[in-house]
Design a protein around this ligand. Structure first.
Ligand SMILES: Nc1ncnc2c1ncn2[C@@H]1O[C@H](COP(=O)(O)OP(=O)(O)OP(=O)(O)O)[C@@H](O)[C@H]1O
Ligand SMILES: [Mg+2]
Length: 282
């Protein structure tokens, strides 16, 4: 992959399409995510609105992190920046050792495609396409051949237990199954990092646990690093580490085993070292 830096420098990794291991070969530091003094402001008619106030966070390979916080605390804003869908106003963001703030739009899109899978609250499936074609969609952007797309999408549908529905349409399966398809789609490019913004937000509690068990398996068995936003303590409990946001500040960063009666993010900041997961993949 050729990465064009804003200063005109070009990094050529000579990466075969879809080979994420080779992309990861250019790592500068060991972390998957490293943000420092990250700020985000939005311009509005009333003036500049600060949303993220200088966040610092490091996520190591194999970690499973839950992000919690009240509505409007900045969770999705942070997630969109981590996922290279949006850029910070200031501060630094290193994704697998690469300085994201130095990349132009095209390079950012490449990096995103190579390293990150997304799962959203709304499943965002194409209603008229088969489940197989839905899952294969990211591979079209990666210019993978039709033959290989079918093989890889079928494998992913099997992985999430939906192989026999490959020719069905999204409206022919349940909400939990649709979220499984969305997870299969997020994984089809073999990402190292899975970002999920309230993936169980539209699901009943039984189905939420099924989906969370799938995330747990992906983290523990496949070593995929996961960062997931949730409003539910039971969902956050699947993660090893909890980060709490309040008004654009990190007010807690530590174990996801929350002491009883303290769900409002008032705990003091812990070292993130203590929660680094044991399932390192790099
Ligand atoms: N594009 C935008 N322009 C202006 N303000 C925005 C924009 N996006 C988000 N905000 C503001 O930033 C703040 C944080 O929004 P964000 O969506 O990150 O919250 P959240 O923690 O994800 O909330 P929820 O739990 O409701 O999803 C809110 O006050 C919101 O109004
Ligand atoms: Mg949100």
């Amino acid at each position: 992959m050729k990465t064009h830096l804003q200063n005109g420098q070009v990094i050529d990794d000579s990466v075969p399409q879809g080979d994420n291991e080779a992309v990861a070969g250019k790592v500068v530091s060991g972390s998957v995510i490293h943000i420092q003094n990250l700020r985000k402001e939005y311009a509005s008619v009333a003036g500049v609105v600060p949303v993220l106030h200088g966040l610092n966070m490091e996520v190591m390979p194999g970690e499973f992190v839950a992000i919690m916080g009240a509505s409007g605390s900045g969770k999705s804003t942070l997630m969109n920046i981590l996922g290279c869908l949006d850029i910070a106003t200031s501060g630094s963001y290193f994704l697998k050792g690469r300085d994201v703030t130095a990349l132009d739009r095209d390079s950012l899109a490449h990096l995103r495609n190579d390293l990150i899978g997304f799962v959203f609250q709304g499943f965002n499936l194409l209603p008229r396409a088969s489940l197989l074609d839905n899952v294969a969609l990211p591979l079209v952007y990666s210019k993978v051949s039709r033959e290989e797309r079918v093989v890889r999408a079928s494998d992913m549908l099997s992985k999430v237990g939906l192989a026999k529905y490959r020719d069905s349409r999204p409206n022919q399966i349940s909400g939990g199954q649709q979220q499984r398809v969305a997870i299969a789609r997020a994984l089809v490019n073999r990402p190292k990092l899975l970002l999920a913004d309230e993936p169980t937000g539209n699901l009943d509690s039984h189905t939420s646990h099924e989906i969370m068990n799938l995330f747990k398996e992906l983290n523990e068995r496949d070593g995929i690093t996961i960062v997931l936003i949730t409003h539910e303590v039971e969902v956050a409990a699947y993660a090893h580490r909890l980060v709490r946001l309040a008004d654009g500040h990190i007010v807690y960063d530590g174990s996801s085993h929350i002491p009883q009666g303290d769900n409002e993010g008032t705990m003091s900041k812990n070292s993130t070292e203590s929660s680094a997961a044991a399932h390192s993949t790099s």
